[in-house]
Every structure is written in structure tokens, then in C-alpha cells.
Design a binder for this molecule. Sequence first.
Ligand code: PAF
Length: 252
Amino acid sequence: MVPTMGALHDGHLSLVRMAGKPTVVVSIFVNPSQFAPHEDFDAYPRDLDSDLNKLGSTGANIIVFAPNAREMYPEGFATSITVGGGSAGLETDFRPHFFAGVATVVAKLLLAALPDTAIFGQKDYQQLLVVTRLAADLGLPTKIIGAPIAREVDGLAMSSRNAYLSASERTVAGNLNKVLKDTIARARETGDLRDAEKYGAAALETVGFDKVDYVAIRDAANLSVATGVSGPARILAAAKIGKTRLIDNMAF
Ligand code: PAF
């Protein structure tokens, strides 16, 4: 299964291709419960016909599940799943509602399709850890796999929200991945991870981001604060250009 919110791009299609030969259930559902009232639920791009054409072009054996909100959240729906551990901090500092919305809908989607495997992009790295925890804790019969981030030519991580960017904002956005690479280099040079995080945040402002939510170097397995550079770590960032909030991350 490849769960999506539609507005499919090559990143999503790479997840479908990664699934290979077996039948792939692709869900397309813009999940209201993972958006706060002030966020972009209404503006989120929706184009089912175009999504279906793109999925058709993969040549994969696909079942599309595109429920409406009433099917997913019938009258009286009152359940919300909270996942602890890696869901604390980073995204939750800025989007406190987000992971309960994601965990609840992903549990429903996985239970509806009962896939043997579900693939999630590593662009939403914290989400991938939350979903992995969710599937393990609820004993869902689904193996969760993280797929590499698909990137544009200048390294910008593919995202449906990139469509919001004006031409000049798009140029600024292309620097996010470069700043992360520079920040990793700085951390390796100095060994001071907190200094490197500050350096990265300042660099994002210098290249034109309007607001930096975080640049953080964390333990890759559980997102606890990384203290050294010897084990597998992950650098993660979220920043806004105008109204558009972008996230990215890299192995470190
Ligand atoms: O990553 C997404 O597109 C969404 O958060 C997901 C996993 C489909 C849940 O709505």
C-alpha cells in the first residue's frame, strides 16, 4: 500500500514503482484531521483525474482507494490515536494536532486494505517513525518501509506543497537541501552539533527563508537529541517561505 493525499508527483510514483510486481493499493485522501484550522486543508491541491493518469502511466497493478470524508469519519466518529516516543518535539512543537491525525487515518487505511507492506516517503521522516511505531504497537500485520526522498534537479525534496511556491520562492526553496549539507559539513568539522544547528538556521534565513521552525540533528532511530557524530543521525529542518512550510531531512 502507498497511502497518499493525492496531488501525486514523481516522489509518490517512485513509491509505487518500489512496490514492484504485486498489486498496490494507493489511497488518495486529504485527511482533515491532520490539518489545524489555520492550515491549508482547503487550498491543498486536489486533482483526482490527473492522479489517476499518473498512476496509470506507471504500468503497475494498482487499486485506488479514494474515500470521501464521510466514509472515513462517519457521523459520531470519536477515536483518536496518540503515538508517544518519536512523535514528541520537532513537528509537534509547531503542528501539535498533526500526528494524532496521521496515526488515526493511517491505522484506518491499513486496516481497510490489510497490505503486507506499506511504503512511506522518508521526506516525512518523523511521520515514518510514528507510523512504524503505530504498526508495531497495534500489532498490524503490515511491514512499514521508508523510501528514499525523491528530489528535483536542484535537490529540492519533491512535495505537493511545492506547487504553492512562486518562481522567486521556488529559487529560495532549492537552497534548503544545500543548507542541510553545509550544516552536516560544519557539524563534522567542529563536532559541536548545537552550534551546527544554529549555523543552519541562520543560513536558511540568509538565503531567504522567512521563518525557520527548526534545524535539528537527532538520533536517526528515535529522534532523541544526538550528542555526538559517531552513530547514525539525521538532520531535519522545517522552514517557511511566505505561507509555504517546507520540510526536509538527510542521513548524517
Ligand atoms: O504523508 C502523507 O501524505 C499523509 O500524511 C498520509 C500518510 C497519507 C496520511 O494522511
